[in-house]
Write a new protein. Structure first.
Length: 61
């Protein structure tokens, strides 16, 4: 991974989201996945990424 945030790719953010989820840091995983989704041109892929890492602070019914 690079130290220049502007050079980070969607895959970099998604890898970091996976690592944070595995470490139990779900909100950080959600934020990283959201940034990964912003870097995807395909709306269906972006929705899929966001669905895998939902906001843990949003109440579920």
């Amino acid at each position: 991974m690079t130290s220049d945030p502007a050079a980070l790719t969607m895959a970099d953010y998604l890898d970091a989201a996976r690592e944070m989820a595995a470490a139990g840091r779900l909100f950080l995983a959600h934020l990283l996945a959201d940034e990964a989704a912003r870097r995807v041109n395909d709306p269906a892929t972006a929705r899929s990424i966001r669905a895998q890492y939902p906001d843990p602070t949003t109440p579920r019914d």
